[in-house]
Design a protein around this ligand. Sequence first.
Ligand code: CU
Length: 558
Amino acid sequence: MALSQRLRTSARLPTVLVIVSNIPSIRSLSLATAASCLLACSAEEPPARSSASGGAAAQSAGSGGAAGGAGAPAATAGGAGVPGLASGGVTGSAGSATAASGSAGTFGSAGLGAGAVSGGGGASGGVSAGGAGASQGGASATSGLGGAGAIGGFPPDIHTRDHCVDGYEPDPSDATMVDGPAEFVKNNQVDLTVQPAVLAWMEAHKWEPAHFEWHSIRRCNGGGSMSKINVCSHTEMIPTDQECKSDGDGLQFLAMHRHMIQSLKQLWPNHQEQFTGFEHFPQSANDVPEQWRADWKSFSSTELANAKIADEIEQHLDMFPTEGAFGRWLQCLAPTYSGLHGALHFAWVRTQNDTHGLGNQFTNIDNYMFWKLHGWIDNVWEKYRVAKGLKPDDMALTDALRAQCYEMDKLASLIDPSLTEDPDNSTLPEESGVFHTQVRPMFESSVNKCSGCHGPQGPEAGMVLGGHVSSADIVTNLVNHPTATGGQFIRVVPGDPEHSWLYLKAAALAANAGCVETATAQCKTGQMPPSDSVRPTTAELQALYDWIQSGAPAPTSP
Ligand SMILES: [Cu+2]
């Protein structure tokens, strides 16, 4: 499917979802779970608007419609995990078995982990575990889209291996695998990934899309932004804690990435370096792999000051009453949503080589630097725990890690292959015009690197700014198009740059623009690019401003 068509399809998605939500529910949704996510499931696309002033009204009309339609919760097939949901559990929900691993074994273990994980229980004996834990535990997989539903009860055989409880056995490739990163070259740009055996394992276990969905389902645009799960059919998976909104989310963020790090270290115990973070926040080119040194760019003084707080967290415990608060700060630096996590991600984005790119939402866990930066976050979290006297085996931590393991397995099991897009290899048209020649280059520059995250493959916030895509398609999806992260704002309002979210973000003006959250869009008001050591030039910003001011005309043919 061509990008333009794909984006149009995703723009239409909410309308389709209205129909889904009218299917009689087979259960009642008892939580006020992320109400706005549910609203998003039935929200109509806000009408297009031609002026800023008219727009506000149009926008609120759109959300009004959403509220009206939200009464009927979406039906979910295979009503698994209901007990977990009703008791306020964290989405542990039903057990899952990924098709790729060829394992079965699902059971609803309502008693597991006191609420936090209740309803959880996917046992997926991985490929590497030699299929251990396969069918034995497979009690009553009921009907359903996920196919993983199971109703209540305890596992029939408690000795069935459950990697969320018992961990993984070493992968056979551990004996022969090479140390360190692997180079991946495309368009003459080198990028670094983990070793091919690790990539193969992650692909077989659907880790890349599951990781994407894990983040996506915490953003209220979860269903529309190129998700491979129809989130409105699986509303039980929507966590109450939404991204950056609560310290609970901060803890889940830490725990989910720790679950992945620990799993990888269990699978490749002789190659743990690949999944071990920076010892301290990188200060100079010497702190990064040699392939990255030529591109080293210093972090800003603010970023370095925050990094110092994190690295010396023992001395700053008073800033963070809980580890969740610390995790939230690391990820989000609320309220701007540009935390150290974002600054680190941005630092190693490649623009011409995004196949396994750190900015590519669908595949960033392939990247060697992903584990360096998340490993660092994990290290400082652990320092916090030690300084607080929290034990490595305490039950709350164990529960939190298991809950994330089950959630990730469940998400992997829900991924719908029919929603997977084929890569677009079509030839791009020749184009000209102000946007194509004067504005677009700003997004694709090797300094700003916007298109490294906002590329056609897994674009951040569902917004494409460059890569293998025509300028006409980019403009179509900017002009009069609602945002995912700019509340009531529109990406580009022709003639009105000061009310165009794209301009406000690039010009670092979004924080004071008066963003108000809507049913379908959060307010992420931090500047873009997310590192304040990288700012677009005055000339670049002026070109963007002028293009919008002049009516944001579409590209022309040469
Ligand atoms: Cu992540």
